[in-house]
Design a protein around this ligand. Structure first.
Ligand SMILES: *Cc1c(COP(=O)(O)O)cnc(C)c1O
Length: 405
């Protein structure tokens, strides 16, 4: 028998063998460099998805690649039965950004959120004088997104995410974002924590106002609650500050991080300040892969580049003209654009209709973006994106808007 020389395409392999929980992708990508990626037909794209706010340094940054290659040849994984220098060093670096406290390492945003919710439970036990199950409630925000595991999903009050998975974890209630009274009204003796995204990422780029965050801080202090901020999407420099909450001048008790932290390597982390740093004790939480030497090397390389190339200042500087240009488009094409929101390199453009035709038209002209919530186009350039690349994104967006005007 003559062996078949017909190669199955990647799309066919996906269609036949990969679960259907994601929408069917339009592209097969094979290579990346900086802010650019290439598909299997050789077409180049400006990648303003960054793998959903993950590839902070763009694709294949030389320092990141060299660090990860070196570490892969040295030690990759040993579990938390053992110490490794990289995990210790990464914890030290994150404490340097967040403040005095401790860090727990995991592998994703959802896991960071689960760890955070478990810290809330342990804080509740402490509040209830050691009694389990008495003080366990968490007040979150409407339209929040905290990942797809049971705890975080239960803290994500969206039909499309929760449907089919009941019963959910009990104890969550939801206030209106930026309405402090609505949060205060939900706090009772059984409440252990407040949990919000500093900037809601999946539901259309909705920032907490500084006044609201300061109000939550005060409420948490008065009622002995943990203030838990989900910075999985908006953290690690995406807004031009290392953490988005720095703009409000508050310090939370717990921070969840992931996406940008590893510069493409899966890694998540939870920082807990003094109020929550000692809640986890031997045996009550863990994950096999948490904080491997390889993942921590990738995160250390990411932080190195953010610092050496002064990417926070870069994002702050170049985003001014970029935001101005996007606001300009919103004025010129007000029949298509309702609002422009966000900070730094986390930007949402609210459209007056479905985003799909816009995303498709931009992709056909070499720009990749991603939708968010209802009718919001989300631009997530890598932190290394140049002013020229930002300008190019505006030109492509302008062209597709003008073609439909
Ligand atoms: C993406 C995201 C998560 C979930 O992270 P995964 O790595 O996809 O599990 C949680 N919270 C926020 C705010 C996110 O943007």
């Amino acid at each position: 028998m003559i062996p078949s020389i017909v190669r199955t395409s990647t799309a066919e392999l996906y269609d036949a063998h990969v679960m259907k929980n994601y929408g069917r992708p339009a592209l097969t990508l094979v290579r990346g460099r900086g802010a650019q990626v290439w598909d299997d037909a050789g077409n180049a794209y400006l990648d303003f998805t960054s793998g959903i706010a993950v590839s902070a340094l763009g694709h294949c940054h030389p320092h990141w690649v060299a660090t990860v290659q070196r570490q892969a040849g040295e030690l990759i994984h040993v579990s938390n039965l053992f110490r490794t220098p990289n995990q210790g060093e990464l914890a030290r670096r994150l404490v340097g950004y967040a403040g005095p406290g401790r860090v727990f390492f995991c592998n994703s945003g959802a896991e960071a959120d689960e760890a955070m919710i478990k810290l809330a439970r342990l804080h509740g036990v402490r509040k209830a004088g050691g009694e389990d199950g008495k003080c366990f409630k968490v007040v979150g925000a409407k339209n929040a997104f905290h990942g797809r595991m049971f705890g975080g999903m239960s803290a994500t009050p969206q039909v499309k995410i929760q449907k089919g998975f009941r019963p959910l974890v009990p104890g969550f209630s939801f206030g209106e974002l930026n309405n402090l009274e609505s949060f205060a009204a939900l706090v009772d003796d059984q409440t252990a924590a407040i949990l919000v995204e500093t900037i809601q990422g999946e539901s259309g780029i909705n920032p907490c106002t500084p006044e609201f965050l300061r109000g939550l801080r005060k409420l948490c202090d008065e009622k002995n609650l943990l203030l838990m901020l989900d910075e999985v999407q908006c953290g690690i420099g995406r807004t031009g500050k290392f953490y988005a909450f720095e703009y409000a001048g508050v310090r939370p008790d717990v921070i969840a991080m992931a996406k940008g932290l590893g510069g493409g390597m899966p890694i998540g982390a939870v920082w807990a300040g003094e109020k929550a740093a000692e809640l986890f004790q031997p045996g009550n939480h863990g994950t096999t892969f948490g904080g491997t030497p390889l993942a921590c090397a990738a995160a250390l390389a990411t932080l190195d580049v953010i610092e050496r190339e002064q990417l926070l200042a870069h994002v702050t500087r170049v985003s001014v003209a970029w935001h101005e240009a996007l606001h300009g488009l919103a004025q010129t094409f007000s029949q298509h654009i309702a609002a422009v929101r966000g900070k730094g390199f986390l930007v949402g453009v609210q459209t007056t209709g479905d985003t799909t035709p816009w995303l498709t038209a931009m992709r056909e002209r070499g720009l990749l973006a991603v939708s968010s919530g209802n009718n919001v186009i989300r631009f997530l350039p890598p932190l290394i994106a140049s002013a020229d690349e930002l300008t190019k994104s505006v030109e492509i967006f302008r062209t597709v808007l003008a073609a439909k005007a």
